[in-house]
Design a protein around this ligand. Structure first.
Ligand code: IPM
Ligand code: MG
Length: 356
């Protein structure tokens, strides 16, 4: 169709700009080998935006995102902004509002272990049996992250966990549709034995299941789910969670793949627009040392093509390019195992771009 896509690029803080540079190398290569034309435009977001514009999510950045077809985000936050009041810090004043403002209620976090990396996983080989491939579907604009009231009154502080039927239905449909296209298994995570909002969660998910007879649904309490994930991760296909449980379980799942630096994510709303970011943070402790793993950022770019531009083929090509580089034994520090060759952030990005 000769489309020209606009991508808003928000490198952010910490390792964000380092891993973003590698994703942009890969994007250039994709443009070079395909007939896709896309334009990128960068903007400040997070701590750097606080420094340059006095706010984590400047109006101009939000406007750029709204006028784009997709957003590629690095990561934000770090010790430089930790002394600000919590509600002005990059996470609370940047990341949560951008998700809310853009209506991105569905967060997809695929945790896939590359067979070459089973030795980097903290789980034993006999538990992994050479693989794990699951998708965490996390509700992203509700739950305890956004519930009102949220306040501090001296020695008493409070957050509110609230979900409505329609919020649960919307995210459940996304999860069931994903399961239908995968292995047809959905595990819904809740805490219905304690929390009223989670009783509703379980009820609504069970109701939505009737529209997807081909998907097998089971329910798990979150504590059991966290345990089952390390005991037998292969039992899972799609895991459906509310905002906070999804935050926690996606970090756990990512570590099983070898490193937090391997986990991409897509945040989607009603249409094809989406925001794509690594699930890990800005890792200020390793920023500027050239050792960050750019793979999650590069896979996030792959997801952008798949979900926002309908180009699953490009996602597959990116995935294969990464796999080929791992086959040759190249590893960043976080996934380095004996017998492999350590490369830095930039070398890893170049290797992946070249193998495309
Ligand atoms: C994530 C992060 C964020 C979240 C933080 C930085 C606000 O942990 O994307 O998983 O909790 O959603
Ligand atoms: Mg998290």
């Amino acid at each position: 169709m000769g489309n020209n896509y606009n991508i808003a690029v928000l490198p952010g803080d910490g390792i964000g700009p380092e891993v973003m540079a590698e994703a942009l190398k890969v994007l250039d290569r994709i443009k070079g080998v395909s007939n896709i034309s896309c334009t990128t435009q960068e903007a400040d977001f997070g701590g750097i935006a606080i420094d340059n514009h006095r706010e984590a999510l400047p109006e101009s950045t939000l406007k750029l995102c709204k006028n784009s077809d997709a957003v590629l985000l690095g990561s934000i936050g770090g010790p430089a902004w930790e002394n600000l009041p919590p509600e002005q810090q990059p996470e609370r004043a940047g990341l949560l509002p951008i998700r809310k403002e853009l209506g991105l209620f569905a967060n997809l976090r695929p945790a896939i272990i590359f067979p070459q990396l089973t030795a980097a996983s903290p789980l034993k080989e006999e538990i992994l049996h050479g693989g794990m491939d699951l998708l965490v579907v996390r509700e992203l604009t509700g739950g305890i992250y956004f519930g009102i009231p949220k306040m501090r009154e001296g020695d008493r502080a409070l957050d509110t966990l609230v979900y409505t039927k329609s919020e649960i239905e919307k995210i459940a449909h996304i999860a069931f549709k994903a399961a239908k296209q995968r292995k047809g298994k959905l595990t819904s995570i809740d805490k219905a034995n304690v929390l009223t909002s989670m009783v509703l969660w379980r009820e609504v998910v069970t109701g939505v299941a009737k529209e997807y007879p081909e998907v097998e649904l089971n329910h798990m309490y979150v504590d059991n789910g966290a345990m089952q994930l390390v005991k037998n991760p292969r039992q899972f296909d799609v895991i459906l969670c509310g905002n906070m449980f999804g935050d926690i379980l996606s970090d756990e799942a990512s570590m099983i793949t070898g490193s937090l630096g391997m986990l991409p994510s897509a945040s989607l709303g009603e249409g094809s627009f989406g925001l794509y970011e690594p699930s890990g943070g800005s890792a200020p402790d390793i920023a500027g040392r050239g050792i960050a793993n750019p793979i999650a950022q590069i896979l996030s770019l792959g997801m952008l093509f798949k979900y926002s531009f309908g180009r699953k083929d490009i996602y597959n090509v990116v995935f294969k390019a990464i796999s080929k580089v791992l086959d040759k034994g190249y590893r960043t520090k976080d996934i380095l195992t004996p017998g492999c060759r350590e490369v830095n952030t930039s070398e890893m990005g170049t290797l992946i771009a070249e193998s495309l």
